[in-house]
Design a protein around this ligand. Structure first.
Ligand code: XLS
Ligand code: NI
Ligand code: NI
Length: 437
């Protein structure tokens, strides 16, 4: 098999002064940040669906990116041809991880049995590539949204047979993920939501979703798969309301149905903003519940209201993300997974490199900046001081549960008025952050 990117070697770190567009300016895998190599902080991952299967199609037009390695093939042969290309790409980029859906790596068959056999044929090739390159599977997932059978949803379908089909598909992908040594498995509820409430029994659908996830937990145990389960929140698209709409909704659902101990969240930036939140907000919500697992790193376009899945280039965004990650003590099973695609107009193979290099450098800079902000300490100290009234006196008594309304009323009767507030200093803090960016 000839190289798919014959004119490109491994992407190297050349430092911030380099003018080489195909080199890292900030991502230096072995460089220590807070005593740990950048590689281990960032745990970069490349996705199969956008990188290998994306061809620029949008709702108004067909493919623009006709990849040279795809021209001769269709069906299973095409799926086979993509495998070495993907690993050549990941290897040259120096991405230690990747993620896939069952139906990105292998095509749909006419029956479940045929689909599974296509999948098996590809898994053999994936395994060889794991061995050859050392690239590892961050997480696997089942594609439960593209096929017509999933029009009404998968686990939340009104059609019980569709639930059964989806269960069979997830069963198989769990087995494969385990076989490939995958570190996790993600549930993104592709069509788990509704288009109109006139035809929907929301309560019943949510109970079915919970049942489905419990079955997955049971099966995971049964086969001894030790990977982490993730739920990926997203508020809309393709349905107008997705049940896993944001981090808080997911956490509530997991708690309600006694699933929280089995799941963490895989947060995606563009999904956060579609939900009307910042990624920083979603991360804080998840971290507060001890449930931040992994990140789908991308960004939306502030002028477009859909999931454009662009590569992240904003240093503010990556700084915020990496500050949260450092505060929580780092990613363990998860990674920074580029669930992102090149624009329809960027149809040459080299654009895949520009896109990922940019994302990796943006995150590496974010990491270094976040570490510098922490080393400086003024931001953390400001926040600490802002809450100082809770560290002693009445604040501490409240936190410790020593007082109730009666005591607090007596306290204030005596005092007459609350201690004066101090400024929130938002502008000062924004300027402080800009010192580092
Ligand atoms: C789609 C989701 C999807 C998941 C995996 O919006 O981001 O790509 O990450 O199913
Ligand atoms: Ni995603
Ligand atoms: Ni997305």
């Amino acid at each position: 098999m000839p190289a798919a990117f014959p004119n490109l070697g491994a992407i190297r770190y050349e430092g911030p002064n380099s003018k080489n567009a195909l080199a890292f300016k900030h991502y230096n895998p072995g460089e220590l940040v807070e005593g740990k190599p950048m590689r281990d902080h960032l745990r970069f991952s490349v996705v199969y669906w956008h990188t290998m299967c994306g061809n620029g199609t949008d709702v108004f037009g067909g493919p623009t990116a006709i990849r040279p390695w795809e021209k001769k093939f269709t069906g299973l042969d095409l799926a086979k041809a993509r495998v070495p290309v993907f690993f050549e790409f990941a290897e040259k980029l120096g991405a230690p991880f990747y993620a896939f859906h069952d139906r990105d790596v292998a095509p749909h068959g006419k029956t479940l049995r045929e689909s599974n056999s296509f999948f098996d044929a590809i898994v053999k090739l994936l395994k060889e590539q794991h061995k050859r390159t050392g690239v590892k599977l961050l997480w696997g997932t089942s594609q439960l949204f593209a096929h017509a059978r999933y029009a009404h949803g998968a686990a939340t379908s009104c059609n019980a047979d569709v639930f059964a089909f989806a269960a069979a598909q997830v069963k198989k992908t769990l087995e494969v993920t385990k076989e490939l040594g995958g570190l996790g498995y993600t549930f993104w509820g592709g069509r788990e939501g509704y288009s109109t409430l006139w035809n929907t029994n929301m309560k019943r659908e949510l109970e079915h979703l919970a049942k489905f996830l419990h079955m997955a937990v049971d099966y995971k145990k049964a086969i001894g798969f030790k990977g982490q389960f993730y739920i990926e929140p997203k508020p809309k698209e393709p349905t107008k309301h997705q049940y896993d709409s944001d981090a808080a909704a997911c956490l509530n659902f997991l708690r309600e149905f006694d699933l929280l101990k089995h799941f963490k969240l895989n947060l995606e930036t563009n999904h956060a903003t579609l939900a009307g939140h910042s990624m920083q907000h979603e991360m804080q919500v998840a971290i507060a519940a001890g449930a931040l697992g992994s990140m789908d790193a991308n960004t939306g376009d502030e002028l477009l209201g859909w999931d454009t899945d662009q590569f992240p280039t904003s240093i503010y965004l990556t700084t915020q993300c990496m500050l949260e990650v450092l505060k929580m003590g780092g990613l363990t099973t998860g990674g920074v997974n580029f669930d992102a695609k090149v624009r329809r107009e960027s149809f040459e193979p080299v654009d895949l490199f520009h896109a990922h290099i940019g994302g990796m450098d943006a995150f590496a800079r974010g990491l270094k900046i976040a570490a510098a902000i922490r080393k400086d300490g003024r931001l953390a100290e400001f926040v600490k001081q802002r809450y100082a009234s809770w560290d002693s006196g009445i604040g501490r008594d409240i936190e410790k549960g020593k007082v109730g309304f009666r005591e607090l009323s007596a306290y204030m009767m005596k005092k007459g008025e609350a201690t004066a507030n101090t400024s929130g200093r938002q502008e000062f803090l924004e300027n402080l952050i800009n010192e580092f960016i």
